[in-house]
Every structure is written in C-alpha cells, then in structure tokens.
Write a protein that binds this ligand. Structure first.
Ligand code: 3PY
Ligand code: ZN
Length: 632
C-alpha cells in the first residue's frame, strides 16, 4: 500500500522530483496506522453496544434518539455580514469604534460554553454545535459573538467527550465565518486550575488565535492585575481582541461590605485600560450584581474609562434580566445571554426574551424574533440528548448573597457534596462556604479560587468543624491540595494578601509565595512536549499538541490513547456516542468532507469462551464484524 500511496501522491503525479519528498511530505513515511478509521469507530460502537459508555453509567437515560430539528436554510448562500467581517476589514480599533457607534444592545450567545457548563456539566458535544452552526451564521448574523470555547470546555471535551477542543474551535470557525468567536481565558491559569509557566500561556494564546479565536475574555480569579499581564499581552500581540475582565464580588449596594467598593472596580478598570485592554468585561460569575448596583457601576465605568463594556452574569437568583435591562439603560454596549432552552437558573439570562424586552426601545437589537425562535427550537431538542447530565435545580434564596457561589460551581459542588454523603447538609455546605470566604479574607471566588473555597467548605462539613476552629486548632490537618495552593500563593495574591493567621495555620512550615507564580516558574520544555505529544497521538509534531500536553498531561495522554484505539468519536451522533446503536439502526458518519460511512448495526453474537463477543455490522453495505471483550 505504501508504493501505491506514493505513486498516487499529487507531487509524484505531477512528475516533480521526489528526492525531497521525505522532507516535504513526511506523512507518507510514517508507519501505517494499526487500523483504519472505520474499524476504530466500529470498535467504539461495538464496545458501547456491549458494555455501555461509562460516561452515562448509572445516570438517567436520554430517550431521544431522533436528530434535533434544524431550521431550513440555504447552506450554499454566503452568510450575511457580521462582526467577524468588521474585525477582518477594520481591525480591532475599527471593531471597537463600531461597537461604540451601535445604538442597540449587542448580545453574546453563551449557549455553547457557559450555559452548558453551568447546566449540563459542560457535556455538550461538538457534533451538536456543528449541526446548528451554519444556521447561526445565516439566522443570527447580528450577534456580537459566540462564546463557544475556554473555561472548562477545553478540559472536559478531552477528559469526558474524548474529542479535540482544537477541532471544535476550527470547525465552528469554518461553519460560522461571519460572527466573532469568544472564549474565557483564566489568565495565567489558562484553561486549567493552576498557574502555568509564562511560555505555556503565550503558546496557548497563539495557537488559539491561529485556530480561529477572536475575542479573549481574560480574568484573574483574585482580580490580580499583575497576573493578567502575560495573557493580555499575548492576546494583543497575536492580534486577538483583548476583553479584560473585572470579577464582581460583594455588594455595591451594601454599606457594610466595603472591601470591593466602586473605587476598587473603577481603579481596576483604569489599570486594565492602561495595560492595553480593547474592551472591558464585568464578570459577575455568581449573579450578585443587583440592578441598582449595576447602574452605579456602569455609570462610573462609562464616565471614567473609554472602553466598551460587556456584562456577564448568571441568573441563579432569577432576577438578573432586570440587571441587564438597567445596565442597558445606562449605555452598556454588550450583554451575555443564552438561548431560551439553556438559559435561566445557574446559566445566563434568556436571550430570546431579552431581545423582545428591548424591542421598540432605543436599545433594540437587530436580531429577529423568528430566526431566534428557530435556533431555540433546535436547542430545546438537543438538550434532550443530555438528560444524563441534568442536575436538580437548586433554588437560590437570599443566601446567594452570603455565600456568593459562582453559577458554574453551584450544581457541581452539590454533586460533590452528594458524593460525600452530605446532600442533606447542603445548607451547611453553603454556610461553610461563606465562612471560608471570610476566613480567607473575603476573596474573589471564581475558577480556580472558588474550587479551593468549595473544597475547604466540604472539608469542614465532613469533619464537623467550623471555620473558627481552623484558627483555634492545635493539630495540623490534611487540608485539600487546592487550599494549600490558594493560601500558599500559587494562584496569586488577593488585594491585601491572605490573613497571616490563616497562612500560619494552614501552611505550617511552608513559605508562601508572595510574588507572581509565573515569575519563579521555569519555562516549560516545548520542544520535548512537541516530540512526546506527537508520539502519543501518532501524528506529526505541532505546537498545538505540545501545549495541550503541557496544560493537561494526564488528560491528554488518556485522550490520545482513546483516539489511537477508537478514532475520532466526535463524528458520531450523540445518542450513538452515549448508547451505541439499536439492532437494525443505520447511521451516517462523515469522517471527513465527502467521506461518509454508512454503519448499520445487526446483532451481537453469543459470548466466546474467552469472554469476547462478536458484534456484526454492515459498513457501506458490506458485512463487517468486530470482537469486543464483554465486561459484564
Ligand atoms: C470558568 O472559569 O470556567 C468560569 O466559567 C468562571 O466563571
Ligand atoms: Zn460565567
């Protein structure tokens, strides 16, 4: 087959010299893959049919198997002009001017990132995003951006869904060429849970821009500007749009909460402007910004800072639409919202109804009702695929303003509490969360600092301890690793530092870091990571694989092993990915443009003496079988 491949290669056919072929086309000289793509996918389906997918084991079953209905659109028609065209034609400065000139409130749709991160444990697959993507381009060209990457999605797409986050970005970019892409970047924590060396952060940003990312919302989980600089500079240098975020915490309306007052936020915004931010985000990750506080904040920021403002909030308390409307009245330029079926609760405000609330007002957007309804109809059906990941709705009471838990953490921490047998003590966990925040000096709580506060709260409730007892305790306790990281300064510094007494108690003899963690971290060895990651994936070397491995070594290695064994499972429809196929069911799988596999599952044979079973398929009309181990 090698010779055949060689003589059919375009370079060869054109009669050009082959002496340098090994240099120009190394892919021809790699060892052939052990198994072809079809066999690998059939193996995955066979194993899922026989053993199930561990991802959905012991979870509620999704009954929907039929595809979610797609709006009728002409996919051959060129999508109308959108914000990406403005960026392409006028550059970042032109885009910023354009934003400032818009009379209507612009909207970012978070459905493909924060909404499912907050409601469905970040499990929505690329497949379901790509189905609807061409319709976005044609039905909602007036969206400001699509938040569809970053935050927890980078990790979970590989860890759980066994798909490449990079492919998701590149494919969505291609399918929606006219709307800006947007991501959440945790500054020096990149898309992880701890600070990374500066060269890893820079490389990640460069690769993200090259893969199609436009707008980077950069935040630091302690609002420490020093720790945002490397990421912000990288975004600016690589030609991305730098949307620097202020994380909102506390309560501007409450005269007793003075640590995070208006001057604090305005000062931070000015700093971010000086550091080169193109836009400003107010990141209200816990949905704490009340309408009157929003008016105060937006008014002050509009007066004192020249940058467009983008407001992000979570509707955990159920009243955040009023905050967005109040902010819109103050001249807010952009708001985050999610399509109706994935909105509300710990997710974002309802995009469909927000647009209508502003209809026939000076802040009316150009988005059309019927087109938005069609997109929402799709998401309503698509959500049914994810029934295994639905969580019970936790009603937020007034205590939300006490514990200040981020929307993305709320349901997650409840699941963790349940796993520890503490579900019935949820109210105590929330209370402990608030106490831990006080103990740590009243800090910004968002990934990853929120995880440390949550881990500590669970630790206290599980050990029947109060936060005050931590300070009184004479014993040295085995605190969670995230807490040691936070108090040890490895996530950065909060305003005023951590309380001395807490550092003494929790760290014992360990000396805390008080400088920027990236300053003392040696650069990562990118050349070595390029080699190793390529070997693990069985692909040629690239910075993209290297940075993925540097960010998540173990997750990447597991993902690579899965890819080598089973191929690109992102190409499978969601019901088949979770549940395999039913006897007689036929599916079409596009493994690349123009290359379609028609897979019909026939039956499973009786167990063989060695514990394996044969699974019978028809592949493009031809009988095919795979042998899998029956784990039952
Ligand atoms: C993330 O960092 O993933 C968040 O969504 C924080 O709000
Ligand atoms: Zn959020």
């Amino acid at each position: 087959p090698f010779l055949l491949k060689l003589i059919n290669h375009p370079t060869f056919l054109k009669g050009e010299s082959t002496t340098r072929l090994i240099d120009t086309t190394p892919e021809l000289f790699r060892l052939p893959k052990r198994r072809d793509r079809a066999t690998r996918l059939l193996t995955f389906l066979g194993e899922t049919i026989v053993n199930g997918n561990s991802l959905v084991a012991d979870r509620p079953v999704a009954v929907r198997r039929t595809p979610a209905p797609l709006p009728e659109i002409d996919v051959m028609a060129k999508p109308p002009r959108g914000t990406k065209d403005i960026l392409r034609e006028s550059g970042v400065d032109g885009l910023v001017r354009w934003i400032q000139d818009q009379p209507g409130l612009l909207l970012t749709d978070t459905t493909m990132r924060d909404a499912h991160q907050s409601l469905l444990a970040t499990r929505v697959r690329t497949y379901d995003m790509l189905q609807i993507a061409p319709a976005y381009a044609r039905l909602a060209p007036h969206l400001f951006s699509l938040e569809m990457w970053g935050g927890a999605t980078f990790d979970t797409s590989m860890r759980f869904l066994k798909e490449s986050p990079w492919q998701r970005l590149a494919d969505l970019r291609e399918s929606v060429p006219n709307i800006l892409t947007q991501m959440l970047l945790r500054a020096s924590n990149a898309v992880g849970y701890t600070n990374y060396p500066d060269n890893v952060v820079r490389l990640f940003v460069r690769e993200a821009v090259q893969a199609g990312m436009d707008v980077f919302r950069v935040f630091d989980a302690l609002n420490w500007q020093d720790n945002m600089r490397v990421a912000m500079e990288a975004v600016i240098e690589e030609g991305g749009v730098c949307e620097a975020a202020i994380c909102y915490t506390g309560d501007l309306q409450n005269p007793r909460r003075t640590k995070y007052d208006l001057a604090y936020y305005v000062d931070m915004a000015k700093q971010l402007e000086k550091m080169g931010a193109h836009m400003l985000a107010i990141k209200d990750m816990a949905g704490l910004l009340k309408p009157k506080a929003a008016v105060k904040l937006i008014r002050a920021l509009r007066d004192e800072v020249g940058l467009p403002i983008h407001l992000h909030t979570h509707d955990t308390a159920g009243i955040q639409a009023s905050t967005l409307l109040a902010a819109a009245d103050e001249g807010l330029q952009i708001a985050d919202a999610a399509f109706a079926p994935l909105s509300g609760g710990t997710s974002q405000v309802n995009l469909n109804s927000l647009v209508e609330a502003l209809r026939d007002t000076p802040r009316e957007s150009d988005l059309e009702t019927e087109s938005l309804t069609q997109l929402a109809t799709y998401w309503q059906a698509a959500r049914e695929f994810y029934a295994p990941f639905e969580s019970s709705v936790l009603p937020a009471t007034g205590d939300l303003y006490e514990h200040e838990m981020p929307g993305g953490q709320y349901t997650n921490l409840f699941q963790q509490a349940r796993a520890l047998g503490l579900a019935d003590q949820w109210a105590e966990v929330c209370k402990a969360y608030a106490e831990v925040n006080e103990l740590f000096g009243d800090i910004v709580k968002v990934t990853p600092t929120s995880k440390a506060v949550g881990d500590m709260a669970l630790f206290l409730v599980a050990n029947e301890m109060s936060a005050a007892e931590v300070l009184a305790s004479e014993k040295s306790l085995a605190y969670p690793g995230s807490v040691l990281d936070l108090i040890g300064g490895r996530m950065g510094q909060p305003p005023g530092g951590f309380p001395e007494k807490v550092m003494d108690k929790i760290l014992g003899d360990q000396t805390p870091l008080t400088t920027r963690p990236g300053e003392s971290m040696p650069d990562a060895d990118i050349a070595a990571a390029r080699k190793e990651s390529a070997m693990l994936m069985g692909e040629s070397e690239s910075d993209r694989l290297a940075v993925t491995q540097l960010l998540y070594p173990k997750v990447f290695a597991d993902f690579a092993a899965h890819r080598v064994t089973y191929g690109d499972v992102a190409k499978l429809p969601t019901p088949n990915f979770f549940y395999g196929q039913e006897p007689g069911e036929e599916i079409a799988v596009d493994i690349e443009t123009g290359k379609r596999l028609i897979i019909r599952f026939l039956t499973v044979g009786q167990p063989h003496p060695d514990g394996t079973r044969t699974v019978f398929f028809e592949l493009n009309g031809q009988p095919r079988e795979v042998t899998v181990v029956d784990k039952s």
